[in-house]
Design a protein around this ligand. Sequence first.
Ligand SMILES: [Zn+2]
Length: 102
Amino acid sequence: MKPSDAKLNELARQLTELQKRAKALGVFANDRELLECPGCGLLEDVTSTGLLITCRADALGEDTGLRFVQLADNIFRCPSCAQRVEATDELEQTRKKRKARK
Ligand SMILES: [Zn+2]
């Protein structure tokens, strides 16, 4: 193995480790769509550093500290007003479009 290969392998190992730690810290893994409460407007967002937060439409990017509670696969409860929020495909598409604009 060339010295550069060994370096690459080490980097790959470190990256895997980092991803594991990141997930444990609350980084959004992109394994479902972001939520938006139709009742009170609380919405999920992902910060530039990849952390999953919730914020209000009038203060985007400002973490409220609240987190949606998962009840079932696509069903969540709003931590603010307790409304049931269903993750829909339509919402997913909207978010994807938003992401594509970056
Ligand atoms: Zn709500």
